[in-house]
Design a protein around this ligand. Sequence first.
Ligand code: MN
Ligand code: MN
Length: 385
Amino acid sequence: MLKDNVKAPSKQLEPISGKYGATILGPTNPSREAENPDVLVPPRTDSGTLPNLKWSFADSHMRLEEGGWARQTTVRELPSSPTLAGVNMRLNPGAIREMHWHKEAEWSFMLKGSARITIVDQEGRTFQDDIFEGDLWYFPAGIPHSIQALKDGCEFLLVFDDGNFSEDNTFLLTDWLAHTPREVIAKNFRQPESAFANIPKHELYIFPGHVPPPLAQDRVAGTGPAPLSYSYRLSAQKPLTMKGGTVKIIDSSLFPISTTIAAALVEIEPGAMRELHWHTNADEWQFYISGEARMTVFASEGKARTFNYQAGDVGSVPFPMSHYIENIGNTTLRFLEIFRSSYFADISLATWLKYTPHELVKAHLNIDESVLDAIPKQKTPIVAP
Ligand code: MN
Ligand code: MN
């Protein structure tokens, strides 16, 4: 008897494509193979050796703490992504991801629920805000911050602008003070040592807490307000809407503090696809929120490989390899494209061909003028069937 959330493979997939391939006689993992139909039976256009471009958070170590959990996909899990790392974190109502800082910048997307963030900058200026589903925050490198779940708890994705990041080596308030002589702490605050007798002896990292009061009551002014917002209401941004899906692009042009992370939130309807394109500025790191996808990445020298993705998976596209992402399921495909850059930039195959002298294009591809004429003048990053 399968649990509700485990998909029963409808039938055993075999690595057979026409006259190529043969059945599997040895050990097999049917549910895993069913998740990766285009890996088991690749398109005939796939060729050559590429690095692995897929990792599932389901394969990441889960760090369980009282009050929540965290798991990460870094360059250790996905070596093809040296520029970005991701953390998936869950906090129960009131639970706290403790006050800390780190050498990487942190970008976040709230997947479910809500949380309160707090920041103090190098001038003593403060920022506190409540973040809801579909909204973002960005903490620059070195800036101390905290995250506390509000009454319904929360789960979010964090993206760091270095693939070497580890959630286990951030600079924690409690870890620091546990490793500072008690008399030094006392001298620092001009207080007796007894005032610090109950400081934890080990880091807290994630720990239970009480749901904080409304933001207006919780605010601390500091030396003044932060000059830039550390949060962004992506849920309120109007998407670019086209036949087949929607796109929300968010970079430093709309969210100025986010100078090292640019992103697109993409929704693709069944059968439609994110068109053939590449990016001019950075590696792409993807997080799949819902649906089922297929992506082929072209790596030059005749090399191409196809991968499948579903909710909770991470995809990677090394700079400047070209690719498409197709919705192969029967529900909306929703995912994030993330780049270590201040801006979002892509070049589509269709636009490139449309604006190159057509005789030149036809000399390469032996296509009719009508194909080029049919390409819309406006960019349409999603193509409907
Ligand atoms: Mn952090
Ligand atoms: Mn892309």
